[in-house]
Design a protein around this ligand. Structure first.
Ligand code: PSV
Ligand code: MN
Length: 403
């Protein structure tokens, strides 16, 4: 037995430690900036404004957790100088102990995108959106990023106002063309979302639509599952299982929610949901004997909690839930499933989920020279107080201009 009470003899502890060794989760640059809801913005004095500041904050998350070595970036927000600024951003990331991860084009913010981007009835706007994504592919090449992660706000808010089939065709054509510009290592990840900002129809509203477009785009186009982008009660792990079996799952945007796309801290509402997703992935890997090629990413931005603390909470929770899923004895599970031994099969899930893996996680951290308690260690580092002094005045000025 280890000090965690998890049996070493059965190999469970090793399975967990190996799982932790292999688990990495990317944090989003936008999670460190002052953001808000559509009703207002609550400014934090220590929040990041510049790309360099966001990378510095992300660097802290990685330094304390050891599992967040890359940072997703949003092109308009993080590359103010476009392609010419890429080398500088890359260097800044390295200085802060992280690297640039997925590249997120932004074809939803500019005025021209009021009626959509790739689905806009105006061909000039569609061309502009394609051009921006092409630039992003080039940025990804320069930054050494593999994934170009696409989310479109396209849709319509009133019945009868959009030609849904025509828009689908424009999306298919554009994504196919963009796929042709990838280099051999790159991937296009296609994210779906049922509503918001469009409230009647969204062009890529669910995993089936994203999957069809990915299929038509090319073999390096995959589906991205944002856990907040589903209707209530939808069985997300079933979607994950289907995408895995079709070799179509490219990555995740993790977050939690109670009502809609709330972007709450991972596992804060329903940790069992995330556990079940990891369980499907690890079951697939056990069965196929190969690792699923999935980018795990966080997509959360908090304006109530301290942003770095919240991201450390998220990363630690992700590790815990992944470790719990790794506890499952898939051989036994498969045997119970094949005999329809319902209670026995379900008990395997319940046992794994209710096991306290935190002592082993602490052991894993210590063995890597990481703090046993990342959140506590981060607080003790005094980073927030230092940043409040350095960034406070600028951030407070933002409050004034916002009012
Ligand atoms: C949209 O809700 C989304 O989930 C997309 O991934 C965006 O890139 C991200 O949030 C930030 O706006
Ligand atoms: Mn997302």
């Amino acid at each position: 037995m280890s000090n965690s009470g998890i049996s070493r003899d059965s190999g469970s502890a090793d399975r967990i430690l190996r799982a932790l060794d292999s688990f990495e989760i990317e944090v989003p640059s936008w999670g460190f900036a002052n953001t808000g809801t559509r009703f207002g913005k609550f400014i934090q004095a220590s929040a990041a404004t510049t790309t360099e500041e966001k990378l510095s904050d992300a660097g802290r998350v990685h330094a304390f957790t050891g599992c967040c070595p890359s940072v997703a970036v949003h092109v308009l927000w993080d590359f103010p100088d476009g392609i010419t600024g890429v080398d500088g951003v890359k260097q800044a990331a390295a200085q802060h102990g992280v690297r640039i991860g997925s590249i997120n084009p932004n074809v939803f913010q500019d005025q021209i995108y009021k009626h959509g981007s790739l689905g806009n009835p105006d061909p000039h706007v569609r061309a502009e959106a394609i051009r921006h994504i092409e630039d992003c592919i080039e940025i990804a090449g320069r930054a050494g990023s593999r994934d170009i992660s696409l989310w479109f706000a396209d849709g319509s808010s009133f019945p009868g106002t959009a030609n849904i089939r025509e828009r689908k065709k424009w999306f298919a054509e554009a994504l196919h063309r963009l796929h042709g510009q990838l280099d051999a290592s790159q991937r296009l990840l296609i994210e779906y979302k049922p509503f918001e900002p469009a409230f009647y129809h969204t062009d890529i509203a669910d995993w089936g639509m994203a999957y069809i477009l990915a299929q038509q785009a090319g073999e390096r186009a995959k589906v991205l599952v944002d856990t907040g982008h589903h209707y209530q009660a939808q069985n997300i792990e079933q979607i994950v299982a289907w995408l895995l079996s079709e070799n179509a799952l490219g990555g995740f945007h993790f977050n939690d929610r109670r009502y809609a796309d709330d972007d709450l801290t991972l596992g804060s509402i329903d940790p069992y949901q995330i556990f079940r997703i990891f369980a499907e992935i690890l079951y697939f890997e056990w069965e196929t004997g190969r690792r699923a090629d999935i980018a795990y990413m966080v997509d959360q931005s908090h304006n109530l909690k301290n942003k770095i603390e919240e991201m450390i909470q998220t990363a630690s929770t992700a590790q815990e839930l992944y470790a719990k899923a790794a506890l499952i004895d898939f051989g036994r599970l498969a045997a119970f499933q094949s005999r329809a031994a319902l209670v026995d099969a379900e008990e395997i899930y319940r046992d794994a989920f209710s096991t306290d893996v935190r002592p082993l996680l602490r052991e894993w951290r210590l063995a890597r020279g990481l703090p046993e308690h990342p959140l506590r260690a981060f607080r003790e580092s005094g980073y927030t107080e230092v940043q409040e002094k350095l960034r406070g005045e600028r951030n407070r000025a933002q409050t004034a201009s916002y009012a």
